[in-house]
Ligand binder design. Structure first.
Ligand SMILES: C=C(OP(=O)(O)O)C(=O)O
Ligand SMILES: [Mg+2]
Length: 416
């Protein structure tokens, strides 16, 4: 094992044009790792704290770097992340910033892999990883906090669950994205793109469902494997706690109506994945919805598919769990959701993200590794997903900072 010899930090650009923290870790024997922090827009209330980048960098230089350089082995990820927690001293990284913490944590992991001459996913996950690949969830239409004057539901996702390889899945999602463009053009609807590269047309959610369903059907036919649909409702952003309702423009739904609405969408569009359908404080409503649609069951008696059992729909907690084992433990106890979104910067270190994944898997919750709406060319999450055998990764469909992760998955699959 080789000690960390240097940690350098700088402010670089993210995909929204904001500053972010980039970290470089070098080791005694010349190992090197570089990583950068992503950043959310529809952030959960209970996430670790992101500081202004220059402030985060100054604090990390003062408090964290001295605890790492010459003190911790680069391959000892728990040691690195413990040093970061020790330097910060709070439970939400509000002192050095979760952006500094996560950049250093990921850069150290890359340096650890480099010193051993193995890929990052193998360093993190062990010698037997690299055979299973996550299904990429591709954001093809979106609005909410990611685009003005577009859909209320934040993300309409393509889910190529039948793809024989990750490369096929990645290209299927890109094809759905293109189909959506073509269908919008057929309908005479102009659309720009939101923060994650999804189309952001000024249509209501009902029309977005129609368009994405049509696009996934066309691609299913063209590619010869099943491409289904998923959603990130980002319910906390729609929820008005004073009124106790979810607001879709003029239309509002109370919690019981919201549960009915989402359960109806699961049936109507055969949704494979629904993230944050409800408010981030409402474990009870999450549990009720999970109970209704979260288990495999015979499809209710509607039409010709009545006899076909429905796969389990993943009800995923993002803002609900914020990659935090305490919040996940509460969810497990209360039966809220059956899946957790894993965003390392929500919690600040790779160790904490790993612990959340392990707790999830032990309890039958599916981990879904995820990007943020503000991203960089950093591809650590691709390796994290492969290292942990995560069944899904959410990292967009197109756009350089999104394809950085998707192309990395293709390379890992290709043993490149
Ligand atoms: C990726 C997401 O958006 P953000 O990064 O803005 O939280 C999300 O809500 O899942
Ligand atoms: Mg989300």
């Amino acid at each position: 094992m080789t000690l960390i010899a240097d940690v350098s930090l700088r402010r670089t650009l993210d995909s929204r044009g904001n500053g972010t923290v980039e970290a470089e870790v070098t080791t005694d024997n010349g190992g090197f790792g570089r990583a950068a922090a992503p950043s959310g827009a529809s952030t959960g209330e209970y996430e670790a704290i992101e500081l202004e980048p220059n402030e985060a960098i100054a604090k990390a230089r003062e408090l964290a770097v001295p605890r790492l350089v010459g003190e911790v082995f680069a391959g000892d990820q728990r040691g690195v992340d413990q040093a970061l927690h020790g330097a910060d001293g709070t439970n939400d990284f509000s002192k050095i910033g979760a952006n500094s913490a996560v950049a250093i944590s990921m850069a150290a992991a890359k340096a650890g892999a480099d010193t051993q001459g193995i890929p990052l996913y193998q360093h993190l996950g062990g010698a037997f990883r690299g055979r299973n690949f996550p299904v990429p969830l591709g954001n093809v239409v979106g609005g909410g906090e990611h685009a003005a004057d577009a859909t209320h539901i934040q993300e309409f996702l393509a889910a190529p669950v039948g793809a024989p390889s990750v490369a096929d899945a990645v290209f299927a999602n890109a094809a759905v994205h293109q189909e959506v463009h073509d269908i919008l053009a057929e309908r005479g609807i102009a659309a720009g793109k939101g923060d994650e590269g999804a189309w952001a047309p000024s249509v209501d959610d009902a029309e977005a469902f129609e368009i994405v369903a049509q696009a996934t059907e066309r691609v299913t036919e063209e590619f010869g494997f099943e491409v289904r649909m998923g959603l990130d409702v980002a319910g906390a952003e729609l929820y008005d706690a004073d009124e106790g309702v979810y607001s879709y423009g003029e239309k509002t739904r109370d919690t019981a109506e919201q549960i009915d609405y989402v359960a109806g969408l699961v049936d109507e569009y055969d949704l494979v994945y629904v993230e944050d359908p409800l408010d981030e404080d409402d474990y009870e409503a999450f549990a009720e919805l999970t109970d209704r649609v979260g288990e495999s069951e015979a499809r209710s008696a509607s039409g010709s598919r009545a006899a076909k059992p429905r796969d389990r729909t993943l009800i995923c907690g993002d803002d609900l769990f914020v990659t935090n084992t305490d919040r996940l433990a509460e969810g497990i106890e209360r039966g809220a959701a059956n899946s957790i979104l894993i965003k390392p910067n929500q919690i600040g270190t790779l160790t904490d993200a790993f612990d959340a994944i392990e707790l999830a898997v032990e309890n039958g919750y599916e981990p879904v590794v995820s990007h943020r709406s503000g991203e960089t060319e950093d591809a650590t999450i691709a390796h994290l997903a492969v290292a942990t055998d995560a069944p899904f990764i959410k990292t967009g469909a197109v756009g350089g900072e999104r394809t950085a992760k998707l192309n990395e998955l293709i390379r890992i699959e290709d043993n490149a």
